[in-house]
Design a protein around this ligand. Structure first.
Ligand SMILES: Cc1ncc(COP(=O)(O)O)c(C=O)c1O
Length: 384
């Protein structure tokens, strides 16, 4: 066999379904409710801070694990919102988005054959991340409509080979916000099995209906065994800046930092400097962001209900998982292609969030990080 071909690793997963849907949306001129990026502008003061950073020549390699002032700002952010003590010198690594933070954490903390517990449906990156780091995922199902899990199933998923659990709260694609009780159970199991929690909290500021985001690292016993991951991407509508971070106790952080150094050297310097301004925005900014997202959520729920998609309102993040069973499509992939090609609305097939595609064959994920008029335009097309 020719050796001019992708590696076995690279051949064991395919291109991102979510990003493929964006390509199809562009090809067919569809309204894109697929990929989770806003179609409205980032805050002016944050954009201005980036322009200023470039003008002031923050244009060379920064310190590998992050611009000092930005690491300070991240530490202040965790103290301000969650009373979490973070040492910016030893416990922070700034990365190219949450995406890099997650793969750097897995490569830096897992050995081939280690088991990781993952809740399913899951954000599609975690599958390839596990393959690249040689970890073996053990799935625990989240059950609709409120996406709860079975305690016995979670207990069984932890074995003497478990190295870590991968969490994502507020959750993509379900909108679930894990409760203190659920996190306490996870903490009990992590402590008992000496396991790490790698937790993707990128939607930390986006919760609705009184749901409260609780960082896993603040649950007693988890301080030194949690990798907390977040980013500027969602909270400040700058998904293209590629700035995120991982927070962990020094022993774990050492593993993350060395991998990060050789993956990317550093995240973009001027956008880290601008990140200081973003994290310093006043409380009113965050309240307004949530108010606007709540309005978009309400509109999308109304549109979907009006055309026969069944869905429960998400309590966090910015997606709705809709049940298409009653609409007569062969499956989710057929439905997504039909919608993007004939109706002109892009959504993501539910199967891309499950190991066994059959489990998501009745689901489509719609993103509501869009202007009200974009959502209205999608609604018009769906009704037609
Ligand atoms: C759960 C989750 N994690 C990570 C990301 C990617 O984040 P970033 O742009 O910071 O790499 C996304 C984007 O949709 C996401 O939904």
């Amino acid at each position: 066999m020719s050796r001019l071909q992708p590696s076995l690793k690279a051949s064991s997963f395919t291109e991102s379904v979510i990003r493929e849907m964006t390509r199809l949306a562009n090809l067919h001129g569809a309204v894109n409710l697929g990929q989770g990026f806003p179609d409205f502008p980032a805050p002016d003061e944050v954009k201005e801070a980036a322009r200023r950073a470039i003008a002031e020549d923050h244009n060379q390699y920064p310190i590998t694990w992050g611009v000092p002032a930005f690491r300070e700002a991240i530490a202040t952010h965790y103290d301000r919102w969650y009373g979490m003590r973070v040492d910016p010198e030893r416990e922070v690594c700034v990365t190219c988005g949450s995406t890099e933070a997650m793969i750097a954490a897995m490569l830096g903390l897992l050995d081939p054959g280690d088991e990781i517990v993952v809740f399913e449906p899951f954000y599609e990156n975690y599958g390839p991340d596990a393959i690249l780091s040689g970890a073996v995922p053990r799935m625990v199902t989240l059950h609709p409509p409120d996406w709860t899990f079975d305690e016995a199933e979670l207990r069984e998923a932890f074995t003497d080979r478990t190295r870590a659990i991968v969490l994502n709260s507020p959750n993509n694609p379900t909108g679930k916000v894990f409760t203190r009780e659920e996190l306490s159970l996870i903490a009990e199991l992590c402590v008992r099995h000496d396991a790490i929690a790698i937790t993707d909290e990128i939607y930390e500021r986006l919760t609705y209906d009184g749901a409260v985001h609780i960082p896993v690292a603040t649950i007693p016993g988890m301080e030194d065994r949690t990798v907390t991951i977040s980013a500027l991407s969602k909270t400040y509508s700058v998904t293209g800046w590629r700035v995120g971070w991982a927070i962990a106790a020094p022993l774990l952080m050492d593993g993350i930092r060395v991998v990060h150094d050789f993956l990317t050297v550093a995240a973009p310097a001027p956008f880290q400097v601008a990140g200081v301004a973003a994290l310093a925005l006043p409380e009113g900014y965050y309240a307004e962001v949530v108010r606007e997202y709540d309005e978009r959520r309400g509109l999308l729920m109304k549109i979907l209900a009006g055309v026969g998609f069944e869905a429960a309102p998400p309590h966090g993040a910015y997606y709705v998982m809709a049940d298409i069973s009653r609409l007569g499509f062969a499956d989710d992939v057929a439905a997504a292609h039909d919608l993007v090609e004939r109706v002109g609305v892009a959504a993501v097939p539910g199967s891309s969030f499950f190991t066994d595609p059959a489990n998501g064959a009745h689901l489509l994920r719609f993103a509501f990080c869009k202007k009200l008029e974009t959502l209205e335009a999608a609604g018009e097309r769906l009704r037609r």
